[in-house]
Design a protein around this ligand. Structure first.
Ligand code: PMP
Length: 392
């Protein structure tokens, strides 16, 4: 799909690749050849000179490094874009690990989920494309749609029939249709019907699926790779996106995709090309968490059990609760009511905040309970008994 454009870039000498560089202070080593690095933005030499007292003392004081040698992986800044001197070995190791964990051909790591969502959609669409996005997708996806030259239509939240008819309509007019959804929606906690989306894609060759798993990575799936893993559709989603800033306890984001898509993004995705790469030390931590994600099944189960109890309780009180996850809205409707409920919950020792428009649609203000695996069954009991008094 993207090969003709990549071929044109190659022919004109403009094809970009992420460099495979080993960084050694002010030197860069490429395929065993050591060169003075004249391509970084490390203007004071602070980021790379591990012999400088400033960095050595900082790493020692924070306990991050104790010897005199500071490993490349511990560096606190990358000083330039992934395409210049910002790709460190640890970035590549993380991408390889993501491929191994997902069974996908390629992975690409970004500075944040916001960068991911504002960057991919404009890169992979043009005026002959259409983006069909769920009405409730995250603001960063909406901004990505705004930056793209594609037409766009928002379908009713989770309305697969409407989506299917839109796909039918645009499949005669558009060369590429990108269907965009979150897997666990951030404000309702409900789950996208990924299997149905894959069925729709199978019927229409122009359709590509874009799924943001920001709230599902770490939490869902046997090995914690998200809802697509849980539902067995990891190989069927063209842009399987996740973030490291939530369950993974770090910062950054990734897409799992085909190799050609990765190559295309490296050449076309502006937030990747024009923004400083994540610091190696952060990437090292992300890598550590990702390598251990599969072993955290008991935490996922505890989270899921507590969440199920709270959801069931809310429903037992006749209050609508769309959630199928650890994100559980307690609907208030009116914003004043949501604020008053949040205040009461806080008085009772539960830090909840009112979620109001424009974060959620007008008239759907709510409390948003976002559970963690660290919350005990006893704390869940206490929460339920306070909700018991609060709910009508
Ligand atoms: N996607 C979704 C669904 C999100 O909820 C968020 C953050 N709240 C993002 C992307 C942005 O991720 P990041 O914080 O890494 O920029």
């Amino acid at each position: 799909m993207f090969s003709a454009e990549l071929e044109a870039l190659r022919a004109s000498g403009n094809l970009r690749r992420l460099p495979e560089t080993v960084h050694d202070g002010k030197y860069s080593v490429v395929k065993g050849r050591r060169m003075l690095n004249l391509s970084s933005n490390d203007y004071l030499g602070l980021a790379s000179d591990t012999t400088m007292p400033l960095m050595k003392d900082f790493l020692r004081e924070t306990g991050l490094a104790c010897g005199t040698d500071v490993p490349e992986d511990f560096l606190l800044g990358s000083t330039s874009s992934r395409l210049l001197t910002g790709t460190f070995d640890v970035h590549s190791r993380l991408e390889q690990t993501l491929c191994r964990l997902s069974g996908r051909q390629a992975a690409l790591v970004f500075g944040s989920g916001y960068h991911m969502n504002v960057g991919i959609l404009p890169a992979v669409t043009d005026s002959s494309s259409v983006i069909l996005a769920d009405k409730l997708v995250h603001a960063s996806i909406i901004d990505g749609i705004r930056l793209s030259s594609a037409r766009s239509v928002r379908f009713r939240h989770q309305d697969m029939d409407q989506l299917e008819s839109l796909v039918g309509k645009y499949s005669t007019e558009c060369s590429r249709i990108i269907v965009v959804t979150e897997s666990i929606f951030s404000m309702d906690g409900d789950l996208a019907d990924l299997k149905r989306l894959v069925e729709i894609k199978r019927k229409h060759p122009q359709v590509m699926l874009y799924v943001d798993e920001a709230h599902a990575v770490g939490v869902r799936g046997d090995a914690g790779m998200g809802l697509a893993q849980e539902l067995g559709v990891m190989q069927d989603i063209d842009f399987l996106c996740g973030t490291f800033g939530k369950a993974v306890a770090s910062v950054g984001a990734y897409v799992l995709c085909d190799s050609i898509v990765r190559e295309y993004l490296v050449n076309r995705m502006r937030p990747l090309i024009f923004s400083t790469a994540l610091p190696p030390l952060n990437v090292l931590w992300t890598l550590r968490v990702m390598e251990n994600l599969a072993t955290m099944g008991s935490m996922r189960r505890a989270l899921s059990d507590n969440a199920a109890r709270i959801r069931e309780f809310i429903r037992s009180r006749g209050v609508v609760c769309p959630s199928g996850s650890h994100i559980i809205p307690v609907m208030a409707g009116d914003s004043h009511r949501a604020a008053a409920m949040a205040e009461e919950m806080q008085r009772q020792g539960f830090y909840l905040l009112p979620i109001r428009p424009p974060t959620v649609p007008e008239g759907t203000s709510r409390l948003r309970i976002s559970l963690t695996a660290a919350i005990t069954p006893q704390e869940t009991d206490a929460l339920i008994s306070v909700l018991d008094r609060l709910l009508p």
